[in-house]
Design a protein around this ligand. Structure first.
Ligand code: AMP
Ligand code: MG
Length: 404
């Protein structure tokens, strides 16, 4: 059976970053830059004051004591007219351009005014004191941001300073979600005999939202070819279609055959993990060169959730152009022993807590893939390798935080 690593590699190979578009900065948080950004400006654009005070010739205040004639008063946004010469000073506010001739600023707290003069009494002033020179932080022509960088708030600030109002980014894919099963009723209904509520749909929608996309729910498809085919057709208009249920070996597991009939090529079916072994992945290629990535997640709720974290999230990161699309691993310590009996790599629901001494991973009491209740206590999962032995408390394990 396919290993998780091989399955993730197939997702990378099958999918590509979404075609770059330009978007306003207000829509760019969490996206990835599709092109390098070269500065068209110097920063700061002029020599400027870093303090409120007086722009002076440092040589005048070499002892820290001086009385200087005030030439003019400059606040941020103004342009100085006078040149500061020996014996003179210009009152200046933080961020204002330094007047010609001046090479230091004396803080206002170290001065007092007497008529048209300023009396300075402070420690010796060196040239360059409390000023910043033009282009000290950034020069015209420098590459400031590079393709593949995740857009964070500070990078949005940098793009704004550079005047890049609509950067080139990989846009968020559109995602459709389709639950399947004759036994399902919607969340607001009371299940009759043999029925259960469609818990996967709201859960998957929320997971996808936590990854930064806005999924579209398509409701419940019944285990009947016609209904399933019609709803799959609607879902294939999105960039990504996430189905739950109907991918195992049961009598009414019609998803793989209906996807094949709709022209979706299978890339893999079944991966060596627990929960989630029956996971199905394929791609529908459209004549115009675009495509829809299709995930058939096993219906058991914890399988659906874990497969969404491991596979769908990786696909979305890949389509968003992120440099490291794979599940993000952290190392943590188990806090109680666990005896592993499965012969498959197991993603075990766990409560992960950051402490000053590192990450603590507490495995919750879990009955298996249908036990969604156990996940209420969990915010992530721990990978237990398929070695039939007891993992001791304090053992270091790989942990994965769920979207939250
Ligand atoms: P399936 O993969 O369709 O064979 O479903 C496996 C198990 O998951 C069955 O017990 C289903 O009733 C359950 N199941 C399937 N879809 C959902 C859903 N949307 N919400 C909750 N449970 C589901
Ligand atoms: Mg089913």
């Amino acid at each position: 059976m396919l290993t998780l690593d091989k399955a993730l590699a197939l997702i990378h190979e099958t999918l590509a970053p979404s075609k770059p578009v330009t978007l306003p900065l207000s829509q760019c948080l969490g996206l990835t830059l599709a092109a390098d950004v070269v500065s068209g400006i110097d920063s700061p654009p002029f020599d400027k004051a870093l303090m409120d005070g007086y722009a002076v010739c440092a040589a005048d205040v070499a002892t820290g004591v001086a009385t200087l004639t005030i030439l003019e008063r400059i606040t941020a946004g103004m342009v100085p007219r006078e040149t500061v010469r020996a014996g003179t000073a210009t009152q200046i506010m933080t961020g204002a351009p330094l007047p010609a001739g001046a090479d230091a600023v004396v803080r206002i707290e170290d001065t007092r005014e007497e008529g048209d003069r300023v009396v300075i009494q402070t420690r010796p002033i060196q040239p360059e004191q409390d000023i910043i020179r033009r282009a000290a932080a950034l020069k015209v022509g420098e590459t400031v941001l590079t393709a593949g960088m995740l857009i964070t708030p500070s990078r949005i600030g940098a793009l704004a300073e550079l005047g890049v109002a609509t950067p080139s980014v990989h846009p968020r894919p559109t995602v459709a979600v389709l639950a399947t099963g004759d036994e399902l009723v919607s969340v607001d209904q009371t299940p009759g005999p043999g029925q259960i509520r469609n818990s996967n749909e709201p859960m998957l929608i929320a997971q996808l939202q936590s990854y930064g996309v806005t999924p579209q729910p398509l409701g419940i498809a019944r285990d009947v070819k016609e209904d399933l085919a019609a709803k799959i057709d609607a879902g294939l208009k999105a960039d990504v279609l996430v189905l739950s249920g109907g991918v195992s070996a049961g009598k009414l597991d019609l998803v793989p055959s209906t996807l094949a009939a709709a022209g979706v090529e299978e890339v893999f079916h079944k991966v060596d993990i627990r929960p989630g072994k029956p996971i199905w992945f394929g791609i529908k290629r459209r004549p115009d060169g675009t495509s829809c990535a299709v995930f058939g997640l096993p219906g058991n709720p914890v399988s659906s959730m874990v497969c969404c974290e491991l596979f769908v999230r990786t696909a979305l990161r890949r389509m968003l152009g992120q440099p490291d699309p794979n599940p993000q691993v952290e190392l943590g310590y188990l806090v109680r022993p666990y005896t592993m009996r499965s012969d498959r790599p197991t993603y075990f629901p766990a409560e992960l807590t950051r402490t000053p001494n590192g990450l603590i991973a507490r495995l919750v009491n879990w009955q298996g893939s249908s036990d969604l209740r156990a996940t209420v206590e969990a915010n992530g999962m721990v990978l237990l390798p398929p070695i039939q032995r007891t993992f001791t408390s304090e053992e270091v394990v790989q942990a994965y935080r769920w979207g939250s």
